[in-house]
Design a protein around this ligand. Structure first.
Ligand SMILES: Cc1ncc(COP(=O)(O)O)c(C=O)c1O
Length: 474
């Protein structure tokens, strides 16, 4: 039997094959099994902030990380700061019951930043948690508490707001909701970007019955879906007129990824009542969620002796706050927002050109800042041959595309609500030459696999059979 390792042994001696075996035994083994069959399970060693090395010594450009790695892995400036913080920081631990200079400074900084673009938020307040889903849970509570007589939430098709129970109510994906959802909210899901449908539904339900509208300014897990900016303004104006709360889920788009600090405000022209942040706020090192709410909304739930009505143990802990603050410094000092806009435009053009080289492989591309998506043609054109239903066909296509890009030397992201759309979310700090090289690699891959069918036929038969067996019989 294998001997367990101490933390120090793991630190000093990464045993790659062991990690996969242990995860298969004790973790989310089916996920690791699928990734292992696909040859993308890792684990990976950090080469530099933008590249990872697998156990065979192959080095890939990292455009994965699901928008949660804004600076890249082990970004020297952030790491140096964290080491100093751990050695010299005066306040550490979980100071929930007292003021903390780290928490206070991050609260101040977030509101200062927000107020620059949305002056009405000057006295807003921040509630910290430990993930995007939790930031959404707090947003739900603020909303229902503020409008107790309004039972409905409006969300939009293909949205992703997380998988904790409240957040799952607002993530309208039957695959995730089936079996696992205990409806806790009355939710009406509308097509995204359709102003007329929105107005009609507000009139049909009655504005007094609607507590809040939740939206991602650009939908990430839907495969980078960009609504018309007029739609966002229409939602904002309609909600303002009727007192319905607007909740901007900026968990993926916020703090730079979209090329804006707050895409809903700066690009969408909105002034949302509640804003949820997470992913990049953890600097790629830790997990921090934040829910920013207007003062009256915040105070109604947490005012006076009600201050304890929403709490958690780890939210706002000093280490997470210090990392968040330093990450904001780096985003600002290194002008990463401007960089995301500039590189975003170049990347969008490159991806479009790659799709044009292989229209039978990539049928559409979408990009917004440093959020890129390529939508792949289904591996089998009809629903029922070989791989059966459309969903399986779609999942297989996405997995094969991930494998193809992995082989080409680029790590990318699956999309939870759009399986055929594979996303690139490189660090905002990625050097220009590496950014160019990443698209060069994708171009070579596209020329080698001119159609999705080729992705399948270029995959070893053994792997395809294993994947099919896994999908159909596990
Ligand atoms: C827009 C959006 N909201 C919420 C979430 C949930 O965040 P978490 O996975 O940290 O719970 C995600 C995660 O991908 C997201 O993209």
């Amino acid at each position: 039997m294998r001997q367990s390792q101490t933390a120090m042994q793991v630190l000093e001696n990464l045993q790659a094959s062991d990690a996969v075996a242990l995860e298969l035994a004790h973790g989310n083994s089916d996920l690791i099994k699928a990734l292992k069959i696909a040859g993308i399970a890792g684990p990976y060693k950090v080469v530099d902030p933008w590249q990872l090395e697998d156990e065979k010594g192959e080095i890939r450009i990292n455009a994965g990380g699901y928008s949660a790695v804004p600076l890249g892995d082990r970004y020297p400036d952030l790491i140096d700061f964290v080491i100093r913080y751990l050695r010299d920081g005066s306040s550490m631990g979980l100071p929930q019951q007292s003021a903390s200079e780290w928490r206070a400074e991050l609260e101040y900084r977030l509101i200062e930043k927000l107020t620059k673009f949305a002056p009405s938020h000057a006295d807003s307040q921040v509630f910290f948690s430990n993930s995007g889903s939790e930031a959404i849970e707090s947003a739900i509570k603020f909303t229902t508490n503020y409008r107790p007589r309004a039972s409905y939430f409006i969300n939009f098709s293909k949205a992703y707001h997380g998988k904790t129970t409240g957040a799952l109510n607002l993530t309208p994906n039957p695959d995730y909701q089936q079996q696992l959802l205990r409806p806790a909210l009355d939710v009406v899901t509308l097509p995204y970007g359709d102003s007329k449908a929105f107005t009609q539904e507000v009139n049909r339900l009655g504005a007094d019955k609607i507590a809040g509208v939740i939206f991602e300014p650009i939908q990430g897990e839907a495969g980078v879906i960009i609504p018309p900016a007029e739609f966002l303004r229409h939602v904002d104006e309609t909600c303002k007129r009727h007192g319905i709360l607007t909740i901007a889920d900026e968990i993926q788009t916020g703090l730079g990824r979209s090329g804006y600090w707050f895409a809903s405000i700066e690009w969408g022209g909105m002034d949302p009542d509640i804003i949820a942040l997470a992913k990049p706020l953890g600097g790629g090192l830790t997990a921090t969620g934040a829910t920013i709410a207007r003062n009256d909304i915040f105070k109604k739930m947490l005012g006076g002796l009600k201050a304890k009505h929403q709490s958690n143990t780890f939210g706002g802990n000093s280490l997470a706050m210090a990392i968040g603050l330093k990450s904001l410094d780096i985003i600002e000092d290194e002008k990463l927002i401007e960089r995301a806009q500039r590189l975003g435009k170049i990347g969008a053009r490159r991806l479009r050109a790659i799709a044009d080289l292989a229209p039978g492989l990539i049928t559409d591309t979408r990009a917004f800042g440093m959020l890129f998506a390529a939508q792949f043609a289904p591996i089998t054109p009809t629903r029922n041959i070989i791989y059966g239903p459309q969903k399986l066909n779609s999942e297989f296509t996405g997995l094969l595309a991930l494998m193809m890009w992995h082989k080409a030397g680029v790590l990318a992201n699956f999309s939870l609500n759009a399986h055929r759309s594979i996303r690139l979310t490189p660090a905002l700090t990625m050097p220009d030459e590496m950014f160019t090289q990443m698209f060069d690699r994708l171009e070579t891959a596209a020329l080698q696999h001119k159609t999705s069918w080729r992705m399948l036929t270029n995959t070893p038969k053994k792997t395809v059979l294993k994947l099919a067996n896994f999908a159909l019989f596990n």
